[in-house]
Write a protein that binds this ligand. Structure first.
Ligand code: E4P
Length: 214
């Protein structure tokens, strides 16, 4: 299972890379806005650091505008993946970009019908948002299982990026289901490493070590 980090923050990317946990990066307009730096500058910095897919989202609402933005962004690096919103105009854009061999990540996916359409349009990745579904009392992880079944039924090569991850259990459940990728905020990557019994065990080992015969 691949781990992408869901951030536009360079320090978080570096910290996760030190742990060996970065196979790729996803950004979105909200994450980019938090950094208060030009979008292109952020993307160039990420591309210099990470040798893997880096998702950059378009903000146009029509296919023509999305494709124009995508072509500009794709020029920055071969690693750039264009994040396209799951709307009809987005599907049109995915079809055009896929014919030009520009990789796409269809984002804001909340149903299996949306994922099926994105795969048929030729998306490289789909991003179902599990946390935001949980927020409205729907089980986000059920959507991941359904999409995986549909993709396997028909041999779609579109990869599933489990997005809007809020807790370590989202990551564990994604792995149990067999999702291709989880895009994870740095905070959750750090939480995944933690266990109170590890801390208690370390404390005891070190205390006993002090009592050894010197
Ligand atoms: C991923 O591609 C999305 O940008 C992200 O996971 C959204 O997460 P949120 O629902 O916590 O904002």
């Amino acid at each position: 299972m691949k781990f992408f980090i869901d951030t536009a923050n360079i320090d978080e990317i570096k910290k996760a890379m030190d742990l060996g946990m970065v196979d790729g990066v996803t950004t979105n307009p909200s994450l980019v806005a938090k950094e208060q730096r030009p979008f292109e500058e952020i993307l160039k910095d990420i591309c210099e650091l990470v040798d893997g897919p880096i998702s950059a989202e378009v903000i146009s609402l029509d296919a023509e505008g999305m494709v124009a933005e995508a072509r500009e962004l794709a020029r920055l690096s071969d690693n750039i993946v264009i994040k396209i919103p799951m709307i009809e105009e987005g599907l049109k854009a995915v079809k055009i970009l896929s014919a030009e061999d520009i990789k796409t990540n269809v984002t804001l996916v909340f149903s299996s019908s949306q994922a099926l359409l994105a795969a048929k349009a030729g998306a490289t990745y789909v991003s179902p948002f599990v946390g935001r579904l949980d927020d409205i009392s729907q089980t986000g992880m059920d959507l991941i299982s359904d999409i995986l079944t549909i993709f396997r039924n028909y041999g779609f090569t579109t990869e599933i990026i489990v997005a809007s991850i809020r807790s370590p259990m989202h990551v564990v459940e994604s792995a149990l289901i067999g999702a291709d990728i989880a895009t994870i905020p740095y905070k959750v990557i750090a939480q995944l490493a933690k266990h109170p019994l590890t801390d208690i065990g370390m404390e005891k080992f070190l205390a006993d070590w002090e009592k050894r015969q010197k």
